[in-house]
Design a protein around this ligand. Sequence first.
Ligand code: NDP
Length: 489
Amino acid sequence: MDTTPAPASGRLLIDGQWVDARSGKTFATVNPADETVIGNVAEAAVEDADAAVVAARKALASGPWPKMPAAERGKVLWRMGELILERLPQLSMIETQDTGKTLFDSGKIELPMAAQIFQFYAGTASKIAGKTPAARSDAFLYTTREPVGVVAAIVPWNFPFLLASWKVAPALAAGCSVILKPASQTPLSAIEMGRIGLDAGLPPGVLQVLPGAGSGVGMALVRHPGVDKVAFTGSTHVGKTIVREASATLKRVTVELGGKSPNVVFADADLEAAIRGAFSGIFYNKGEVCAAGSRLFVEKSIHDRIVGQLAERADAVVLGDPRDKATRMGPVVSAGQMDAVLGYIASGKTEGATVAAGGRRATEVNGGRGYFVRPTVFAGVTPQMKIAREEIFGPVLAVLPFDDVDDVVSRANETIYGLAAGVWTRDVAKAHRVARAIRAGTVWVNTYNLYDPALPFGGFKESGYGRDLGEEALDGYLETKSVWIDLGR
Ligand code: NDP
């Protein structure tokens, strides 16, 4: 096992300098695998937000950033991608110790993907362009695309570095300055992103990092008149608060929120592939995935077989320290999250669902230390049960049988959420029909939980609005200015 330690402390990055919080306060961040403190981090508050906003505005108004040719901006982003790859071993260890995700997931999947995202948006910086409508002979009309301004990027703890890259990279490509507020459970890799930005050549004030409480520094940024846009990923509850508070200054807001995503398996699917996809669709990153396929709809004729095979796989999962190569699933992120997940498991049992696998805290792991929950499969789930309706955000799968396409489409859509969905079938027409009928921002067919920098991601309904990734994300960090030049008569 690689036991390289994570860094012991972190400071705020404001105006190109590493500084302590003005209050002098710090907070501890804990390794969820063994409950030890792995770092003490400066805790930003309202006055730090004020200082960061002043620096961000200065960077936009008079620093080198707005004067830099777009292609040069792109080069800085490209370099950030390179530095992520160069620092992969250290970064993945930090991310793994802070979140409980396996080293394979952080080092082989998520951090390389973050590098890809910086390099994708590096290429877009020089392609931002306006239009020249040929509508009038007495005027020359054109539009320009300008950076929206100062962006507050507020991100959660499930993919701390990756989800930050979804916001920071397009915002920088657009020419914005960014204040990054990581989740309190997982502040360490955001600090590393700040370091990478400085080392890649970002001028002071263009990327600043403010770890601290959502209700303190987070809310201060949301309310701040000097912030032009809030880009948020997190819970639907906090997303609604942010939308309400940001409306006082009519900030631009994008909110990528929770989900209760349906994953639909038809009897004509490649069942081996569907089982693998259903399994990783819920259990990747311990189920701490906004798009997790947490409602698995299975056609009645294959229901028992699928439940049996999923349960067998779940029972075989090796839980343990996520730094250990043999570990397939680490702990959930925090004691609070573990309690919430165990509460849902208890409610599933009380409401009459059948535990096909798991259904308990794994106290046998790591001598009882750490927040380990056995991957849990519930069968006999009905749509009214809490475990079928609410986002659990942990390793808990609800399996529901269905009759036919119409039945499953209407039940898949019976949710306040609309983030993602999956369909497994060999029938192409059926796949298209279901993909069209499900109200969700992403539909995967014969696969699940895959992302590409070019493909937008975001929600319908209470899963939020606005898009991360793709050209659409870049659009979200740009304003359009129309210019009318009178040509005389
Ligand atoms: P939150 O939505 O509370 O947190 C997400 C981010 O928002 C964090 O950086 C948090 O800071 C910040 N924040 C919290 N309150 C405010 C506020 N009033 N103003 C500004 N920023 C704020 O998610 P939790 O971590 O509490 O998780 C709760 C549930 O949310 C999960 O169980 C899951 O259901 C869902 N969730 C969904 C995610 C998704 O990807 N869609 C991601 C994470 C969670 P701080 O950490 O300091 O509170």
